[in-house]
Design a protein around this ligand. Structure first.
Ligand code: NAD
Ligand code: LMR
Length: 369
């Protein structure tokens, strides 16, 4: 193995390594599932982050190769690899932030909940490791189904006596990234042609809809757009609040419906396009790196760092819910209310809550039983 690959044992971190480029204090970050489709590009992106001084790459396969590869990048972070369960403790000791994309992805025809059977156990094991080796770390949980894996993680931490709700964050950034992208890149030229029923044998009026997807709604850089996406991370639980988009823009009922459906089904769109070769990995690594970067800026004590995340929440009557949160030294230090919703969004919220309640309960019961 390359010299930066840990065989277990001594992982004492040289204090000098814990300075990010330019001498500013850096953070120690672990990726669990680092050799996977998300894990590899995420390792690359976090190796490029100047706030990361030490990067630990853990997986049950292939970490020696990924570690050797990423460690040759001429950026400041020191990279170490860890392979298999016996090295989990060393991978986690001393970490400030733990990002978890470990677990199986969907294939066409599957729901995220179909992953529960395998991923619930993986998340439990990894969170038990976090509770033991870095109980104060911020956890970014990516493994699906997020609506259930976050409650699983919370129960594991409660059992271990280490639960701090502010430090456990389900990553829903990809929904926001998609929403921002779709909002600027879409215009629906919505042509309704009505023909009287006597043209046909039926008794009703017939409607024909033609969608031409072109041009722009807002005409701005997607990075300047902000669509809050609340609820959870699966199907109807993904609820974009298009009425609150920034810069302010208004959508017709048809546009709002089209955009909402596309955002809710963005994951499935990728799963189907990959045709059995997995789900979103590159856009997810981008989203995870963006979210992790915000967590690190929060840890640094910067003001005004706000992201959407699926967290322990009192915004609704459910125990977990995704909304905007303010990230600080303690994690999700402030959880924002939903703000004003229009009628369409209020109906969506009810649907989201019904599905979320079951997914949360399933996660809680997995540990309690
Ligand atoms: P992948 O199969 O390419 O990679 C998963 C990695 O996890 C593999 O390298 C595997 O060896 C590793 N792994 C499995 N069991 C492990 C364990 N016990 N400890 C450590 N590592 C383990 O899958 P992927 O495409 O990277 O997706 C990973 C997960 O992320 C899936 O559950 C997927 O549904 C989810 N995901 C979530 C979002 C989101 O928005 N939250 C987006 C995309 C994917
Ligand atoms: C996504 O939204 O892309 C992920 O949750 C992966 C999936 O299964 O859709």
């Amino acid at each position: 193995h390359p010299s930066n690959f840990q065989e277990g044992g001594d992982v004492a971190i040289n204090k000098a390594n814990c300075r990010a480029k330019g001498g500013a204090p850096g953070f120690k970050v672990a990726i669990l599932g680092a050799a996977g489709g998300i894990g590899q590009p995420l390792s690359l992106l976090l190796k490029m982050n100047p706030l990361v001084s030490v990067l630990h790459l853990y997986d049950v396969v292939n970490t020696p190769g990924v570690t050797a590869d990423v460690s040759h990048m001429d950026t400041g972070a020191v990279v170490r690899g860890f392979l298999g369960q016996p090295q989990l403790e060393n991978a986690l000791t001393g970490m400030d932030l733990v990002v978890i994309p470990a677990g199986v992805p969907r294939k066409p025809g599957m729901t995220r909940d179909d992953l529960f059977k395998i991923n619930a156990g993986i998340v439990r094991t990894l969170c038990e490791g976090v509770a033991k080796s870095c109980p104060n770390a911020i956890v970014n949980l990516i493994s699906n189904p997020v609506n259930s894996t976050v409650p699983i993680a919370a129960e594991v931490f409660k059992k271990a006596g280490t639960y701090d709700p502010k430090r456990l964050l389900g990553v829903t950034t990809l929904d926001v990234v998609r929403a921002n992208t779709f909002v600027v890149s879409l215009v629906v030229v919505y042509l309704t042609v009505e023909f009287p029923s006597y043209y046909y044998t039926s008794t009703c009026w017939c409607m024909f809809f033609f969608f031409f997807l072109q041009a722009e709604v807002l005409g701005v850089d997607p990075r300047e757009v902000d669509v809050p996406v609340v609820g959870g991370h699966a199907g109807v639980t993904i609820l974009p609040l298009l009425s609150q988009v920034k810069p302010p823009s208004s959508f017709s009922a048809e546009e709002a419906e089209y955009l909402t459906n596309r955002i809710q089904n963005g994951g499935t769109e990728v799963v189907e396009a990959k045709a059995g070769a997995g789900s979103a990995t590159l856009s997810m690594a981008y989203a995870a790196a963006k979210f992790a970067n915000s967590c690190l800026h929060g840890l640094k004590g910067e003001a005004g760092v706000v992201e959407c995340a699926f967290v322990d929440s009192q915004v609704t009557d459910l125990p977990f819910f995704a909304t905007k949160v303010r990230l600080g030294r303690g994690g999700a230090e402030e959880i924002y209310q939903l703000g004003p919703l229009n009628e369409y969004e209020r109906a969506g919220l009810e649907k989201a809550k019904t599905e979320l309640a079951g997914s949360i309960q399933k996660g809680v019961e997995f540990i309690k039983k």
